[in-house]
Design a protein around this ligand. Sequence first.
Ligand code: ADP
Length: 637
Amino acid sequence: MPASRKRSQHDPVRVLLVEDNRADYLFTRALLNAIEEGTYQLDWVSTFAEGARELARGTHDIYLLDYRLDDGNGLDLLKQAIDGGCRKPMILLTAYGDDDIDLQAIRAGAADYMMKGEFDSRLLERAIRYAIGRAETAEALRLSEERYSLAAHGATDAIWDWDLKAKQLYLSPRWKTMFGLSTEDGKMGDASEWFSRVHVADRKAISNAVRRHLKGETPHFEFEFRLRHEEGGYRWVTARGLAVRDRNGWTTRMAGSVTDTTERTVQHHQLRAILASMVEGVVAVDGDARVMHINTVGSEMLGTAGKRIQGQAISTASQLIEADRMLRRTLDEGRSLRSEAFVSVEGSDRVYELRSAPLRPVEDELLPGAVMVMHDITELRRLEQLQREFVANVSHELQTPLAAVLGMVDTLIDDDEMDPAKKQSYLQRIGAQSTRLSTLVSDLLTLSRAESREHRAERRDVDLAQIGADSARMLSPRFKGKQLAFKVVLPDSPLMVEGTEELLRQVVDNLLTNALKYTPEGGQVWLRLQAHNAQALLWLRLQAHNAQALLEVEDTGLGIAPEHQGRIFERFYRVDKARSRAAGGTGLGLAIIKHAVLSLEGHVSVESTPGRGSTFRIRLPLRELSGPHRPAKQVSP
Ligand code: ADP
């Protein structure tokens, strides 16, 4: 089929007549010449064979076919032409007596039929004009449908067209390959089946987007949602579309396309989840220092939580001047920077470490901008400060007895005629200071062990009841010596906890020696050990049941004022330094207890009233009971 050229209004209408009767040809020519509007160029062939050839060439605008031809008939010619792909209009000319041919002609695809001798110029003109008009419209429609079909088949997007009047949803073939959605000829009865495949969580957003568009708030709608695949599982989809309205403004159709964005969306969501889960704050800005992305921690650190700051200049969005300064410098100089910022957050001073870097190209594509990672290092700085103070304290604690020892040794060396009694006293004092030094060093080592990882690795199941009994027995003479009533309440079955014997012994010893040190003569001290919530452990044999060993040391001593209670567990913290020293304390006993107990997932607390006494309580997770637990009873130490 040669490509048909579109006819302009001023071109003559090219008519081909297939007619074996010369008189009829001349008559037709006369009729055409008589038409006033437009010009007609009439060509004439007289046989079926010539007609078929011309129709195959298809260079005329319209064909007039006589029904009765010498070598065939016009109806067959018409059918043959249509089968050959001819889409030009054809009018069948019949003679008197060919009655039922007219209907057959129309069914076969004729544009019209006319009875010879019954039409004049006017009728012929109208028939030709209508036939050509209809054919052009049909051809335009066919081409447009063909274009749509090609586009719909070839597109990577799936196309939909929802005719609200006909209640018909048309889906392009891509729906089948993309979502396994099969339809009958691309049609679906209505949109409800389609909608039932949309993820429940996304349905509202879709309705909202469409509603906004229908209200005229948006030129088209666009939304992201999840669509269930025929074979299960959801695909992420971005849909775009618009509504078509009729002259009265009623929406009659909605159409658009959907793109499968699963891979991109999943990646995007993964990236967002990763950023949102980071303990560091992350903020990324574009080349103009406008916020592209900020994670949750970043928003909290920059004081912008709950606000949408995307697209805003970082300087206006946040109070943290240092962040803005660094990001701008990174953008200007194209290099990584590090800095610290001091911020007051809800009344507490915090230190942030800020690190910025220019964005790196991804797959050769450079996105201008910079990223900043913010790390709250307040705790780190606090620990560093504690470390410094600790070193200073240790040096000081060592210095004092050492200076005393050195001083006395010098005196002894210089004065070789020293009175023996005085000499003896000097040597005793040197001995006492050396013991103090040794105790201090030993406590420091114990503290360091309590904090170390090796100690964790050495943990075994240990019987705390046994340790309590041993400690009580060892210290009992000292209680007697200070006229203190010492009462010990122990369970008569083992109390197994996980730990190292050495550290646990130290814990019990430290508590008892403190009670001994800080309870004046005539007072009273209790050591109590018992299982707590042990029944659950016994029946269910599960550790998760909060079964604990509870160790209590209570005294009727000096007590500790509330303002000191929170600090006595710090290293070298003493309520009364002189008293502690005089009693041989190093100020490390409770710090050792705290670290040892914490490392065993335990808990330590104090309850105290100045002038009345103190109770220290330690709870440690209980491992197992060897048999039914019997209540603790008092024993003699
Ligand atoms: P120290 O060697 O000074 O006893 P600790 O770390 O054992 O060091 O205790 C810290 C401080 O807590 C003590 O100096 C003392 O002021 C206070 N303290 C500890 N135990 C008691 C207690 N049982 N009664 C009163 N004060 C106590």
